[in-house]
Ligand binder design. Structure first.
Ligand code: BGC
Length: 469
């Protein structure tokens, strides 16, 4: 059994990863200040959270009907979907997942979009809808400046994507050009949206109180509904509708220093080892792409300081693996072991076997490993709860539903609770909130945006026809 002093030493060692109340208050204040800057036309250039205008201003009623196509690009897989909206908030969908290899992630933009168009073509032929000329919504989950619903200029790649000749280009035009290069493929791309927007829309489809969308997966980001009068950068021609969804792009929060007081050497190393140094700082502290890496770095130092595996025969071998194999601990592990209640630590032992080829690990080392993982996940959940509180308070509705998606949120049994810990502290007492798991926001959300755009278009067309009569 570990002595109490050993555990106290580990607790002290991890202390810098356990935010104090004061640190969380500062995080809240810094985040709210960045949002204000992001919304302002003069201050936007200095903001880390750019608060991009999405041009999504119409919300689903639940009565949407019709067949739509959706593309979903933004994580480790690429998906094509055929979605049949049936009214009454009902929908049926067929999804096909295509692998994205390192080749696609690091090709040129034209090659990437040719690959996407090829998959799309195969899919519509397989589903026998190649002659139907359907509206398509494209969930493209990277920071983009939008100038309309189907115009989006890529600002930067994130999450390990790095296709050349794409940053600064109009993603909508690139997709349309790739579709045009395939004879026989007729698709009407009507909207580009972020996965957070898709998530908010898919939840709003079932519950109109949903005014925030959150993703905690490979990447992390949120969007929310803002009043048009608070959007200085929005052209007045869009101000006849009362609201607009803002894509906060909070993954970039911290690039102007807002999280320095919580930034540890481990975070610094994760950033230094990444392909986008200095960028997406908040995302690197909280999202699925990086949390396993943080655990690897923390564990390595803990082993070197004799805090874990101190008596283990394979100690040297474990240190070697932790040193030489970046990403040897996947974020998935943090969720898998969270349910290990510690009778015989079967789940932690399984991880030790896979990663270090270690059999019969010492129960104390298992407990300590679980503690390290938990500290990293809790920090993430607590920090996200704080920034979410900023949005709930900004929305200022008596009741807000937060639509959520992403593997970390879905798979980690305590993540929701860790977010609520800080939400309960930072959300204004006049406001109530709840979380709602999205049903495939990236797919259904894209179809819903396509549907509301289509509805709007049809309404305007019939109005014009009446005016001409
Ligand atoms: C991207 C966001 C996206 C988030 C979640 C981030 O890396 O910048 O646009 O919403 O990941 O997928």
């Amino acid at each position: 059994m570990s002595t109490t002093s050993e555990l106290t030493r580990l607790r002290e060692f991890l202390n810098e990863l356990i935010p104090s109340e004061d640190q969380l208050v500062r995080l809240y204040q810094n985040f709210c200040a960045q949002i204000r800057k992001g919304l302002g036309s003069k201050t936007n250039k200095d903001a880390s959270t750019k608060c991009y205008l999405t041009y999504v201003q119409d919300f689903p009623t639940g009565n949407e009907t019709g067949k739509y196509l959706a593309l979903d690009l933004g994580g480790s897989k690429f998906r094509v979907l055929l979605i049949h909206l049936k009214g009454d908030s009902e929908a049926e969908q067929i999804t096909k997942i295509y692998d994205l290899t390192e080749r696609e992630l690091h090709s040129t933009g034209v090659e990437l979009f040719d690959y996407i168009a090829k998959c799309l073509h195969e899919f519509v032929c397989e589903q026998k809808v190649d002659n139907e000329h359907m509206p398509l919504g494209f969930t493209f989950s990277f920071p983009c400046v939008q100038t309309g619903l189907s115009r989006a200029t890529l600002v930067r790649w994130t999450k390990g994507f790095n296709c050349s000749d794409t940053v600064g280009e109009d993603i909508g035009l690139m997709l349309k050009a790739a579709i045009a290069r395939r004879p026989g493929l007729r698709i009407d791309m009507v909207a580009i949206l972020n996965d957070t927007t898709g998530t908010q829309m898919s939840c709003a489809h079932r519950n109109p109180s949903c005014n925030i969308g959150l993703i905690v997966g490979t990447g992390c980001n949120a969007c929310y509904t803002e009043k048009v009068e608070n959007c200085e950068r929005l052209d007045s021609k869009y101000k006849d509708k009362p609201k607009i969804i803002i894509n906060v792009e909070w993954g970039a929060f911290g690039e102007k220093g807002g999280v320095d007081h919580l930034f540890t050497d481990y975070d610094r190393t994760v950033d230094q080892n990444s392909i986008n140094r200095g960028a997406q700082i908040f995302e690197k502290m909280v999202s699925g792409m990086y949390m396993g890496e943080l655990v690897r770095l923390i564990l390595l130092r803990a082993v070197n300081e004799n805090l874990v595996f101190a008596q283990c025969k394979l100690r040297k071998h474990i240190t070697d693996i932790l040193t030489k194999k970046p990403h040897c601990i996947e974020t998935k592990v943090l969720s898998d072991i969270a349910n290990d209640r510690g009778d015989d630590w079967p789940l932690v032992k399984d991880v030790f076997k896979q990663v270090f080829n270690l059999n019969n690990a010492d129960p104390d080392d298992c407990m300590k490993f679980k503690f390290i993982c938990d500290v990293v996940v809790k920090r993430s959940g607590n920090m996200i709860g704080v920034t979410l509180s900023g949005l709930v308070n900004k929305v200022g509705e008596s009741f807000s539903v937060i639509g959520v998606d992403g593997t970390v949120y879905r798979c980690h049994p305590n993540f929701d609770g860790y977010m609520r810990e800080t939400l309960d502290r930072f959300v204004d007492k006049d406001y109530k909130y709840d979380m709602m798991l999205s049903e495939d926001g990236s797919g259904r959300g894209a179809a819903l945006v396509a549907a509301v755009v289509h509805r709007d278009y049809m309404e305007r067309k019939s109005l014009n026809a009446k005016l001409r009569q």
